[in-house]
Design a protein around this ligand. Structure first.
Ligand code: URP
Ligand code: ZN
Ligand code: ZN
Ligand code: ZN
Length: 468
């Protein structure tokens, strides 16, 4: 039996099993899993290490237009490089439909940005910003059949929010095409009301971002999104859930029989609204929506991870520079928190934080980690079983974790295009020190050996479409 690469002696974990074995890789895929594999090829010694499926981060923003004068800090090159060093082999960024324009136009431009520039594989979600009859009737069904099988809709942001009527129609397209809809749940009218009240009171510092997006704003919208999905009778994904009350809405909808996938993110486990305080606009470094909450909400989110309310753990990486002309994140001249672009970087730190805080501290076991890191993402968005597991025939996308590696997170050591990390100073144990993409070693012992362009675009199946 001939292999191109053997990973020897590691402890392999999938979403269901943990076992000691060698992995034989041929033509970019896993060809054999067994004992004492040999071959006339490169052999990576993984003894003392965990060999896990490469991470899949299914919620990442790169090169997404974000309003006048605001430029996202990562393009496909820096975004995928940062993802790779954080143990990921696939990311799923968002292609944003421009209002009044066809989705295809945005997709063509987005593919062009990605082509030849990626260090990980990529697959796209489509943001529906203008659900016209032609988009819903012709374009989305054709795109869903063409490998673009997940749509995101927003209940917030002035220029992105859809009405309930528009959300119902989009959900109906998902029902008939087998696409999956991700919903950003926050009540925009309530937020506008609170922003006006805070500005009138002169309360305009970054912390007011959190005060104007309280839990009730998210809980109400989560309940509404779940109700709309129930009425249409279609599965949905509730993204970036920040607290126990929104989580309970998901659990209750599940108990009624709705198929719903819940997602949470590192910021809701280790940050709080107090981080938005701080000298000199420093709090802007933590402005994301929904905002980080409090210690009790962190504990609730951990409970959701442990009990399975959350299937997905994503970064919601959405990087803006803090102290830079282009980014406007440190808008010394701007009058209000309202102008701070929403989103924080985190694609490289997502898995080390979950590994260290979750696995090393005994909150979750290794199979649960693998599911939250990779397997559930592949299953939810139609990339399984090529992606998201270690099995014969699957892509040889592997992250080799050294559970003894201790690090203090410093932005200077990360690879994204932002100029800070919201997790600066956080101590973690365990890091993915070697990363393999499609059988190609991309990072070897913390050193980049792969090349830009080694990662490629991967299309996704719709729900119910037969795998393989
Ligand atoms: O604040 C956030 N989360 N920005 C990213 C865009 C989104 O809503 O996911
Ligand atoms: Zn969102
Ligand atoms: Zn997002
Ligand atoms: Zn950077």
């Amino acid at each position: 039996y001939r292999f191109d690469l053997i990973v020897r002696g590691g402890t392999i974990a999938t979403a269901s099993d943990v076992f000691r074995a060698d992995i034989g890789i041929r033509n970019g895929r896993i060809a054999q899993i067994g004992e004492a594999l040999t071959g006339d090829c490169e052999v990576i010694d993984a003894s003392g290490k965990y060999v896990l499926p490469g991470g899949i981060d299914s919620h990442v923003h790169v090169s997404q237009p974000s309003g006048e004068g605001i430029v996202m800090a990562d393009d496909f090159e820096s975004g995928t490089l940062s993802a790779l060093f954080g143990g990921n082999t696939t990311i799923m960024p968002f292609c944003l439909q421009e209002k009044g324009r066809p989705m295809r136009e945005a997709l063509t431009a987005y593919h062009k940005l990605a082509e030849g520039n990626c260090y990980t594989d990529v697959s796209f979600h489509l943001i529906v910003s203008d659900p016209t009859d032609s988009l819903l009737g012709q374009e989305l069904p054709a795109l869903a059949a063409d490998g673009y099988s997940s749509f995101k809709v927003f209940m917030t942001y002035e220029d992105l929010r859809l009405s309930d009527a528009e959300i119902l129609k989009t959900l109906d397209v998902a029902r008939s095409t087998g696409a999956t809809v991700m919903v950003h749940c926050e009540n925009e009218d309530a937020i506008r009301f609170l922003i006006a009240r805070h500005e009138a009171a002169g309360d305009v510092a970054p912390r007011a971002h959190a005060s104007t997006r309280p839990v009730a704003v998210e809980r109400e919208a989560t309940h509404r999104a779940l109700s709309l999905a129930e009425i249409v009778d279609v599965p949905i994904v509730i993204v970036h859930v920040s607290n126990g009350e929104a989580m309970e809405e998901i659990a209750r909808a599940r108990a009624r029989g709705l198929k719903v996938v819940g997602e949470t993110c590192p910021q809701y486990l280790v940050l709080t609204a107090e981080d938005l305080d701080g000298m000199d606009w420093e709090g802007a470094k933590f402005v994301c929506s929904p905002p980080p909450r409090d210690k009790a909400a962190q504990a609730e989110c951990w409970r959701g991870i442990e009990t399975g309310v959350f299937d997905l753990f994503s970064s919601d990486h959405c990087p803006f520079r803090y102290d830079d002309e282009r980014g406007k994140r440190n808008p010394k001249g701007l009058a209000s928190f309202r102008h701070i672009p929403n989103g924080i970087p985190g694609v490289e730190t997502r898995l080390p934080i979950l590994f260290s805080e979750g696995v090393m501290k005994g909150r979750i076991d290794l199979p649960r980690f693998v599911s939250l890191a990779a397997t559930a993402h592949a299953r939810t968005y139609g990339l399984y079983p090529e992606k998201g597991t270690i099995a014969i025939g699957s892509d040889a996308d592997l992250a080799i974790w050294d559970p003894t590696e201790k690090r203090t997170i410093r932005h200077a050591d990360l690879h994204d295009g932002a100029d800070y990390s919201p997790y600066e100073g956080l101590e973690v144990t365990g890091w993915p020190t070697t990363v393999i993409l499609g059988g190609r070693v991309m990072v070897r012992d913390n050193t980049l050996v792969g090349a830009k362009g080694d990662g490629t675009y991967r299309s996704a199946r719709t729900r119910g479409a037969a795998p393989l």
